[in-house]
Design a protein around this ligand. Structure first.
Ligand SMILES: N[C@@H](CCC(=O)N[C@@H](CS)C(=O)NCC(=O)O)C(=O)O
Length: 219
């Protein structure tokens, strides 16, 4: 039995980051699906916040997707998923942070304000502005692709991709879109869609729509 256990939930984009990481690194782990709608007692005891992903390695737990992925990078340095150069490494962390601190909250507002069309106009503009920032300040300045930081895939790609995979639901349900100017972003998405770690963890649009549509049905 592998000495790493990953606790996950099929639909969870955060857990997908770590499932992609395991594949990128070639790490052998056991995968346990947690029923988040009916959390078992053993899970409540194991997980301080009750959230996936969580890993147990040599009997110790690590949680929070970005912390888990950095932990795995430390413990399994090959193949590297952070640049060697300190400045580039800092830049990678800046973009990892950008994803969770700026990009995801903008997406979440589209869900939160779904019944308020005035706010949704602002929210759609805010999401477009985030994509343009990624295009102009990120992809165009960091390298020539095909990955976020340039020639090599890094933790930055894994941070964003699960949410980009689900973005068609935001287009379909709440009218958000990726601005036409974001050609580098579109190329990046194509590169990521071919990546084994994505192909092995991707779900269909129908699968995601079933989950996102529940928000619209809720009050
Ligand atoms: N910041 C966390 C977010 C993880 C998260 O929100 N996971 C959700 C599923 S997508 C979860 O476990 N929800 C269960 C709960 O909140 O009780 C991370 O990056 O790992």
């Amino acid at each position: 039995m592998p000495d790493i256990e990953l606790f996950s939930f099929e639909a969870c984009p955060f857990a997908q980051r770590t499932r992609m990481m395991m594949i990128e690194k070639g790490i052998d782990c056991s995968l346990t699906e947690v029923d988040l709608y009916n959390k078992p007692d053993w899970w409540k005891e194991l997980s301080p916040h009750g959230k996936v992903p969580l890993i147990r390695h040599n009997g110790e737990i690590v949680y929070e997707s970005r912390i888990i992925n950095e932990y795995l990078e430390d413990v399994f340095p090959d193949p590297p998923l952070l640049p060697k150069n300190s400045q580039r490494r800092a830049l990678a962390r800046i973009w990892i942070d950008y994803c969770d601190t700026y990009f995801l909250p903008a997406l979440h507002k589209l869900i939160g304000d779904r019944h308020d069309e005035d706010k949704q106009r602002e929210n759609r503009a805010a999401v477009a502005e985030k994509f343009l920032f990624i295009e102009n300040e990120g992809l165009k300045k960091l390298g020539r692709g095909p990955f976020f930081m340039g020639e090599e895939i890094t933790l930055v790609d894994l941070q964003f991709m699960p949410f980009i995979e689900r973005f068609p639901c935001y287009e379909e349900l709440w009218g958000a879109d990726i601005p036409d100017e974001c050609s580098r972003l579109r190329e990046w998405i194509k590169s990521m869609e071919q990546r084994e770690s994505h192909r092995k963890t991707v779900n269909t649009l129908e699968f995601h729509m079933q989950r996102y549509e529940k928000y619209n049905k809720a009050a």
